[in-house]
Ligand binder design. Structure first.
Ligand code: ZN
Length: 149
């Protein structure tokens, strides 16, 4: 899997730094939700543009209450790179979770997501219903996360 020890160290460091960032983000949102109970969180897929992690692409735009996990099939993650998730769901993950409120509406500055042919297939931002179409394009049918919960 790794070409060198350096590559392995870099991958693990990126994972742990990203994990720390997401844990801090989660803690901040949890604190904010105490004064803003309507506050929710939203998953933003941001992986390799031409080789997206399909489970995370399918979760793109999903919103949940701050204290509830993001869900996909049997997969349950409080935030990207959740240490309780299988390594197959966390390694090289570049996703983010961000504060979200229904009243904020659609994100006008959403960023594009590309398929393996480099065509834009979605924009990062609120869930639009388009995600299911994306899953179809990638021939996922039913999404079955690998590994355990
Ligand atoms: Zn991801």
């Amino acid at each position: 899997m790794f070409k060198s020890l350096e590559e392995r160290a870099e991958t693990i460091t990126k994972l742990e730094m990203g994990r720390t960032f997401s844990q801090a983000q989660q803690a901040g949102m949890k604190a904010a939700a105490e004064t803003v109970p309507q506050l929710q969180k939203q998953w933003w897929h941001a992986g390799h543009p031409k080789r997206p992690r399909l489970n995370h692409l399918a979760m793109h735009g999903q919103t949940q209450p701050v204290d509830k996990p993001f869900l996909l099939g049997s997969l349950s993650m409080m935030f990207p790179r959740d240490p309780k998730a299988p390594i197959s769901e966390t390694i090289n993950c570049g996703c983010e979770h961000v504060p979200w409120m229904e009243a904020w509406g659609k994100d006008k500055k959403a960023l594009p997501i590309y398929n393996e042919r480099g065509e834009e297939i979605a924009r990062r931002g609120p869930r639009t219903g388009h995600e299911e179409e994306l899953v179809g394009k990638f021939k996922l049918g039913t999404v079955k996360p690998r590994g355990g919960a």
